[in-house]
Design a protein around this ligand. Sequence first.
Ligand SMILES: NC(=O)c1ccc[n+]([C@@H]2O[C@H](COP(=O)([O-])OP(=O)(O)OC[C@H]3O[C@@H](n4cnc5c(N)ncnc54)[C@H](OP(=O)(O)O)[C@@H]3O)[C@@H](O)[C@H]2O)c1
Length: 236
Amino acid sequence: MDSLALQTVPNPNGAYPLSKYTNILGTPGLTAFVGMEGLIKGKEEKTLFVSSGASSVGSLVIQLAKMKGMRVIASAGSDAKVKHMQSLGADVAFNYKKESYESALQQHGPIDAFWDNVRVEALDAALAYSRPHARFKICGTSGTDNVPHGNRYELKNAYQIMKKRLKIEGFLVPDYIPEFGGRFFQEVPALVAQGKLQSTESTIGETWDDVPQSIINMLVSGHETVGKPVVTVANV
Ligand SMILES: NC(=O)c1ccc[n+]([C@@H]2O[C@H](COP(=O)([O-])OP(=O)(O)OC[C@H]3O[C@@H](n4cnc5c(N)ncnc54)[C@H](OP(=O)(O)O)[C@@H]3O)[C@@H](O)[C@H]2O)c1
């Protein structure tokens, strides 16, 4: 499959609304699926920590890790998002604004695998509370995206990379589409239709004027909106 080719996603008997394409059936879903297939082996990496576990990508990472038989620790920035992560199957879910990453991983780790959507203190704590040879998948940096370079959090535990012989790999979704994209389009829509994989979209408006607020809801940390905010400007 050409990595950037347009795909037609099957929608068995109209089993799900088009808003799913902004989330589990769109780029976030594809990112989580191909990343998990390409990077995380599963059971033998017993405990996975995923930062921003209530994000679109993180929500599917939790569910796929549970399907692979892993124990999942997940973090997010509000109590509503903690409940959401628990509903997706996270074994340990915590609000990083109330409990530090370090304290949560000290209590519930060590971890064998880390899916990072955030960077900052999440990555530092994962470095400190991971087992030797743990695998780190660096997917995103939402914790620094809006912070000027000079003010960004500096890692303190990078020395653990050598000491623990950690395997750290960044990736961009097109890297794995040739290998796993086809399976995403075959498997994930069917699992969504069967109710075996979930995603949450919250309709927050119906005009173009609602779009800026929806983007703020999505990107601002700790917002009470759970799931992908969707503005439906027309029904066709
Ligand atoms: N590698 C790739 O090819 C690829 C492809 C797509 C997406 N991504 C990345 O994957 C990540 C998730 O994407 P998405 O579309 O699922 O995200 P999303 O649904 O837009 O969620 C973004 C979340 O980031 C969290 N956040 C913002 N500032 C934060 C901070 N200072 N500390 C911790 N969390 C913070 C917020 O959640 P809280 O309320 O929980 O803080 C926010 O809701 C992003 O980093 C994105 O850039 C990578």
